[in-house]
Write a protein that binds this ligand. Structure first.
Ligand code: PEP
Length: 248
C-alpha cells in the first residue's frame, strides 16, 4: 500500500519572518494528516531545522550539485544539506531545466548523488504545452525517465519518488484534469512495470501543477496518484493543510 506524500516547493520565496509564520501555522494544527515535506530555499534550513524539531514535517532541498565539494560557485552539496536534516531533494524541476539549462544527463548525475548520499530524490518530469499538443507527452516523460535509469539503473528508483509535472500546469492556475494526470501516471507505472514489477507498484508518483485546496481531492482519488508537489498553494497555510487533509 503506497502512502500519500504532499511536498511543498517554496521556490525563491520567503523571509525569516514569513517562513517562521508559515511553519508555525502548520505546526499549530498538530500532527500532519499525511507524509509532508517542505522544500524552502536552503538559506532557511538552519532556522527551519530548529523550528521543526519534534514535528513530522520533513525538509527537502530544491536542488543539489552532484560534486562533493570544490570550485562550484553558488552550488550546494549533498553533505551540506544533510547536515541540516534534509531528507529529500527535488531534482530536474522544470524551472531548473528551462531557466538554468539543466540537461537530462545532469538530472541523472544529481539523482545518483542523492542516492549515494542517502537522500531521496523527487525526480520531476513533464512535457511542455507544445509537446502535449504535438502528442509527445509520454515520449518526453519516457526520455526524461530513461536518462535517470541509464545513470542509476531501474532498481535504484526504489529509493526515489517521481513527480509528474506538466510544464503548462506549473504556476498557471490551470491544473491537468484528474483524468489527464491519471493517464500519464498509469503510463509511467506501466513503463516501469516492464522493467521491475514490484518497483512499479511501490514507487510514489506525485502530481504537480496548480494543485490547490479545491482540486486536490479529485486528483488524489485517482488510482495512480500518490500525492502532490505543490508550488504556490504551499505558501498558504490553509490551502496547504487542505491539500494534506485531502490525501488521507
Ligand atoms: C511546482 O513548482 O512544482 C508547482 C507545481 O507549482 P504550482 O503548484 O504553483 O503550479
Amino acid at each position: 500500500m503506497r502512502k500519500f506524500l504532499v511536498a511543498g516547493n517554496w521556490k525563491m520565496h520567503g523571509s525569516r519572518a514569513s517562513v517562521a509564520a508559515l511553519v508555525e501555522g502548520l505546526l499549530e494544527q498538530g500532527t500532519m494528516p499525511c507524509q509532508t515535506l517542505i522544500c524552502p530555499p536552503v538559506i532557511f534550513f538552519d532556522q527551519l531545522q530548529r523550528q521543526l524539531v519534534g514535528s513530522s514535517i520533513g525538509l527537502g532541498a530544491q536542488n543539489l550539485d552532484w560534486h562533493d565539494s570544490g570550485a562550484y560557485t553558488g552550488e550546494v552539496s549533498a553533505a551540506m544539506v544533510l547536515e541540516f536534516g534534509c531528507s529529500h531533494v527535488l531534482v530536474g524541476h522544470s524551472e531548473r531545466r528551462s531557466l538554468f539549462g539543466e540537461s537530462d544527463a545532469q538530472v541523472g548525475l544529481k539523482v545518483e548523488k542523492c542516492l549515494s548520499s542517502g537522500l531521496t530524490p523527487v525526480i520531476c518530469i513533464g512535457e511542455s504545452l507544445a509537446q502535449r499538443q504535438a502528442d509527445e507527452t509520454f515520449a518526453v516523460v519516457q526520455r526524461q525517465l530513461d536518462a535517470v535509469i541509464r545513470q542509476v539503473g531501474v532498481t535504484a528508483l526504489r529509493h526515489s519518488i517521481i513527480a509528474y509535472e506538466p510544464v503548462w500546469a506549473i504556476g498557471t492556475g490551470e491544473s491537468a484534469t484528474p483524468e489527464q494526470a491519471e493517464r500519464v501516471h498509469a503510463q509511467i507505472r506501466q513503463y516501469l512495470a516492464k522493467q521491475d514489477e514490484s518497483l512499479s507498484q511501490n514507487i510514489q508518483l506525485l502530481y504537480g501543477g496548480s494543485v490547490n485546496g479545491e482540486n486536490a481531492a479529485d486528483l488524489f482519488a485517482q488510482e495512480n496518484i500518490d500525492g502532490a508537489l505543490v508550488g504556490g498553494a504551499s505558501l498558504k497555510v490553509d490551502d496547504f493543510l487542505r491539500i494534506c487533509r485531502a490525501a488521507v
